[in-house]
Design a protein around this ligand. Sequence first.
Ligand code: SAM
Length: 217
Amino acid sequence: MDFSNKVLRSIPNSIFDLYKPVSRWESFYLRTRWRLCPFELIESCIPLKGRILDFGCGYGMLSNFLAERSSERSVVGIDMNSTRMEVASRSVFNRKNIHFHLGDVGSLNVSSFGAAVMTDVLHHIRDDQVEILLRKIHRCLGDDGLLAILDVDRKPFWKFCITYSIDSLLNPKDRLWYRPLGRLEEILKSSGFQTGKIIRADRGLPLADVLLLCRKS
Ligand SMILES: C[S@@+](CC[C@H](N)C(=O)[O-])C[C@H]1O[C@@H](n2cnc3c(N)ncnc32)[C@H](O)[C@@H]1O
């Protein structure tokens, strides 16, 4: 396994400092999440300009990273967890190219985003709600809009078991709905998306992460 520095790179100070002061739990969560989630890979797939939606943004680390990497991005992070949104909102200071809103699918207005990201969100959403959410995101995207989804495949099974254990530790109160990759592709198709690249995003770690890059079809 490749446990190189690149894989387990710690959160950049420029991002972590935005959250200070943080509680012990927040510090543990932010540091662990950064090491486990391929935020750098995801960021590299997102256009450098335009409005970007980070749906289910949690503490907003990816939103902050996207906004930091290009001032020509205007990033909107939305999450229904008020505690996380409070922490995320505190990280904004006086920057103009990032905004956080407390809300869920109902608070998505039809507006033109160039791209949307959802990292480890879909498996927190019930089957009957997933398609409703994806259709809404479809309407929020401009004609050639990109949707980048990071989620958990059920294969290989041993990697899935490890990912599930970590997810349950970091999100102890949440019910989780994991779907096989093929099922996720079906749902995306019926919601109007065409799946382009599918990237195994585990970076050599024992995780079952996949990154799907989709366009409006
Ligand atoms: C595992 S966390 C991932 C957070 C963030 N995307 C990240 O990568 O660190 C999943 C997030 O999705 C949010 N979420 C789940 N269902 C949601 C919904 N219907 N509307 C808004 N946020 C939702 C949760 O509140 C939680 O913060």
